[in-house]
Design a binder for this molecule. Structure first.
Ligand SMILES: [Mn+2]
Length: 430
């Protein structure tokens, strides 16, 4: 029998709510998983990606992670992992550094055999590049095979990756897919293969309400019920306390009622998230947050969901808000570079943590092409009718002087179409 811990989405380095304590929490949760692995003497720890929250972990995050991985290595337990969307860099992966240090194995197309199981890896691949994937895995002669992958797979929420296609096209028959990316733990059987997410190890967003944990996966050839048995059990982690307070105010109620509801909970060292709905008087979120802080909360955040009355009318079909956004963006007449930036900001396939880097590289790629920064012809945005863009000089590619960018430094730099000195302010284009 081969027993492994399956974890992922540890997001080390995430300074959630700008709290250094929360940053330490994410590292501590990863440390707790590894401590359990050592105590339990499992055969391996499998990490399904997003070890780090972003592609630029800082030195304390790296040192802390290396210390945790060292504990595992000292216990003789291999750390097998793939690269997630949050931590992926263009110039090489942190996981390769850990492999070079003898602290990790980066899984890939060739099998890594531990006990009775051949493990394979599939890093996160953006949707636009999935058609090129061949799922060509080298053969193995172990009793079991498991694919460790990072992405949003069917049949779970937000899925954009078809699990049956992966299983059909793979050269290896997998007994299990051990996944990361979806922070909600769940398991299902797809075409005879177990597919499972362990969930994140700390709450990386307020939507992650249920308790955190990891999977203990046993590949047991001797088990009752046949030799193809894969047993997935879930174990809880003791993580930072989150207190969720929902306050539905009646007419005439206000801040005093919110405080009363907040005070019903033990706030000590907790992340306190208050949501206000209903009617009642205006409430100042900062006052409630200060109150929770005084009661001992680590962090407090108040969200007032009550609708604000407005006289404005919007021509938006709520059957398809995405279409309404697209339509408005067409009206704005953004430059080609502006459209690149918009795509990076709104795309589902780019992790929030990587938006800044993606925008920077996309704009850099356009710098040699001044026309890419000119507002599109026919864009209604040139008149600044909505007051929400700053291309208010109405400049277009046609009006822009050409050929003398390098010699005239008096006027050209004020023209947003001309990055003559290589410095481009995004405010000029958006
Ligand atoms: Mn993640």
């Amino acid at each position: 029998m081969t027993r492994v811990i399956h974890t992922g989405d540890t997001h080390v380095g995430y300074q959630q709510y700008h709290s250094p304590v929360r940053r330490q929490d994410f590292l501590d949760a990863f440390g707790a998983v590894v401590d359990d692995a050592v105590d339990d003497d499992v055969d391996a720890v499998v990490h399904a990606g997003d070890l780090f929250h972003d592609r630029r972990p800082e030195l304390p995050d790296l040192m802390g992670t290396i210390a945790v991985l060292r504990r595992l290595a000292d216990a003789g337990i291999p750390f097998l992992a793939v690269v997630g969307n949050h931590e992926s860099t263009r110039g090489g992966q942190w996981l390769d550094l850990f492999e070079r240090l003898g602290l990790a194995t980066r899984l890939g197309d060739a099998p890594t055999v531990v006990g009775d199981v051949a493990f394979y890896g599939l890093d996160h691949v953006p949707v636009s590049r999935r058609d090129e994937l061949e799922y060509a895995f080298e053969p193995h002669d172990a009793d079991y095979a498991a694919l460790v992958a990072h992405g949003l797979f069917e049949p779970f929420a937000h899925a954009d990756w078809d699990t049956e296609t992966v299983l059909d096209e793979s050269d290896v028959d997998f007994d299990a897919m051990l996944l990361g990316d979806n922070h909600t733990p769940d398991s299902a059987e797809v075409a005879g293969t177990w597919v499972t997410y362990p969930g994140s190890t700390e709450r990386a967003s307020a939507s992650e309400r249920e308790g955190r944990g990891y999977n203990l996966v046993a590949f047991d050839g001797a088990a009752v019920g046949g030799d193809d048995r894969v047993e997935i059990r879930r174990r809880a982690l003791d993580t930072r306390e989150f207190v969720f307070v929902s306050v539905d105010l009646d007419a005439g109620e206000g801040e005093a009622r919110v405080r009363e509801r907040v005070r019903e909970h033990d706030l000590a060292d907790a992340v306190v998230l208050v949501e206000i709905t209903g009617e009642g008087d205006p409430v100042t979120p900062a006052a409630v947050e200060a109150f929770a802080d005084a009661e001992g909360a680590l962090v407090a955040r108040v969200t007032d969901r009550r609708t604000v009355e407005t006289d404005e009318e919007f021509d938006v079909s709520f059957a398809d808000p995405e279409a309404a956004v697209r339509e408005r963006i067409e009206e704005m007449g953004l430059s080609a570079a502006g459209l690149d930036v918009d795509d990076a900001v709104r795309s589902d396939s780019i992790a929030d943590a990587n938006v800044r880097e993606t925008v920077k590289s996309r704009v850099e790629e356009r710098l040699d092409d001044p026309a890419a920064f000119a507002a599109a012809d026919g864009g209604a945005g040139e008149g600044d009718a909505a007051g929400d863009d700053t291309t208010d000089d109405g400049s277009t590619g046609d009006e822009r002087p050409t050929g003398d960018d390098a010699t005239d430094d008096g006027t050209e730099r004020s023209d947003p179409s001309t990055p003559a000195d290589g410095q481009v302010s995004m405010e000029d284009y958006l």
